[in-house]
Write a protein that binds this ligand. Sequence first.
Ligand SMILES: Cc1cc2nc3c(=O)[nH]c(=O)nc-3n(C[C@H](O)[C@H](O)[C@H](O)COP(=O)(O)OP(=O)(O)OC[C@H]3O[C@@H](n4cnc5c(N)ncnc54)[C@H](O)[C@@H]3O)c2cc1C
Length: 466
Amino acid sequence: MTSRLEHPLHEALGQIVAAEQLVSTPEVLANYSQDKSPFPPLVPAIVVRPGSVNEVRDIMRLAGHHKTPVNTRGGGFSLTGYLGECVEDTIVLDLRRLNRVLDIDAVNFTATAQCGIIMKDLSDQVEAAGLHVHTVGIPIGYTTLGGVLSGVQGGGYPASMCVSGTGLYHLLGLEIVLPSGELLRTNAGGANVHRSQDFTRGGNAPDLTSMFVGDGGCFGIKTEACVRIHPRPQEMAAGCFDFDDFDCLWAALLALTALPELPYESIVILESRPWSLFYFARGTQPTILDQTLSDIEAVLSNNGGRKSPPALQEQALDVGAAEPAYQDLFVNVDRGLLAFVAGKKEFPSVFKQVRELLDREIESRGLDELGVGLMVYFSPMLRHSIYTTISIIFDVDEPGSREAALDLQCRGYEKVVALGACPEPHQGYSSTVNASAWSPEFRQLMTGIKQMLDPERLLNRGLWGL
Ligand SMILES: Cc1cc2nc3c(=O)[nH]c(=O)nc-3n(C[C@H](O)[C@H](O)[C@H](O)COP(=O)(O)OP(=O)(O)OC[C@H]3O[C@@H](n4cnc5c(N)ncnc54)[C@H](O)[C@@H]3O)c2cc1C
C-alpha cells in the first residue's frame, strides 16, 4: 500500500488543482474513510477537490494515462460501504466544489445545477424563486445532486415520492465527464447540438440520460443536471391513524392508492403495535385541505382504522413534510439501512420473508442483547410499488454490535434480491448483490458498455462487479 504522502500522482495532480484542494494528510483522509453504514472504514490514498469541469476532465486524462483508478464522491452518505478494490492508489474525487445553480427557468420550469451541489442548497435556491425541486426525503443537508442521481435506484426518493416518483421522473438531461475525459451531454447540446435547453428527455435520440441514473457512477462523472421544478401549494395538513393488524392496514393502503385522484402527498407507515399510518396533504386553501383530509380519513375508517392518540397526531406534520426533527431521527442514529422497493402486489410476501429472516437471526443469536434492534417504515411509491426501509440499529459501544448489524444488512439485501425486489442503494456492496442476479445476456451488455466507455476500468472499479 502506498504511503499516504507518496501517492504517485501527487505532484501531477498538484498541476491541475491548487495545493489546498489536494488532500493527503491522514487526519483529513480519515474523514473520507467511512460512509453512513456499518461497513468498516477504508482510508483513501489521496483526495482531490476539483473546482471546475475542466479540472475533472484533466484529472481523468491524467488517471487514464497512468491507469490509476478514480472513485467519485459526493456527500459520503452511501449506505453499503466502499469497495475494497477502490482503495489502493485510488484517487478519490470530492465533487462538492462543483456546487453552483446555473439556471432557474420559471417559464419552462427547469433548474440546471452542478452535480456537487448539496441538495438543500439547490432546494433553497429554487424555493427562493417560489418553486419546488424534488430532492431526498431525509439527508437533504448532506447528499449531493450527483450522488443521489448516481447512487440511488431511480435517481433518488424525495419526501413526496408517493405522488412524484423518483428523481428520474424529473431529470431532463445530464452533462457527464466520461472516463476518457471527454464531455458528453445526454440531451440538449448532445442529442441535439442545435438545442441549448433541456425540456424533454430523449427528445432527439434514445434516452441515454437514464443509462447514467443509478449507475453508481461507474459510467461517468455527472457534472451538471437539468431537472424539472414545480409550483407547490403552501397549505399543509396531516394526521395519523392506527390499525390493529396488517391486513386492515394493507386493505386501507390498497384503497387509498386506488383512488382516481390521489388526495395525499405522502403516506408513511410505521411498524409498531398498533401500526401507524401517517398521511400528509398540501392544498391552496385550508377549506379544500380540510375536505381532502376528511376524504383520506373516510377511507381509513372504512378499513378498520381509528385516529391515533394526540402524541402521534402531533408528529404527523413533521413526518409528512420530512421536517428536520424527523430527519434527525434517521441521520443521527447508528444503523445499517436495508432499503428496498417491491411491487405493490408482491410487497406483503417480500416484507414478511425479509422480516422473518431478520427476526430469526436476532432471536437465535441473541443480538438484542448486543443492542441490535429494528425500526421499520414503508410508503407507497406512486401507485405501483412500495418503498421500505428497515433500520438495523446497533450500539457502537457494544463489542460485536456493529458487525452483527452489518451481517444482517448484507443478508437482508441478498434476500431482497433473491425475492425479486430492488435495493435502494446503487453503490458499494449492494451493487454486487444486485449484479449477482443479472442474466448472462444482461451482464454481457453491461460489461460491453463498461468496456466501451471505460476500457481501463478507471471509474468506481468493481462496482456491479465490472
Ligand atoms: C440516513 C440516510 C437516509 C437516507 N434517506 C434517503 C432518502 O430519503 N431518499 C434518497 O433518495 N436517498 C436517501 N438516502 C440515500 C442517499 O441519498 C444515497 O446514499 C446517496 O447516493 C448519497 O449521496 P451522496 O452525495 O452522499 O453520494 P456518495 O455517498 O458520496 O456517493 C454515492 C455513489 O454515487 C457516486 N457519485 C457521487 N457523486 C457522483 C457524481 N457526481 N457522478 C457520478 N457518480 C457519483 C459515488 O461514487 C457512489 O457510488 C439516505 C441515506 C442515509 C444515510
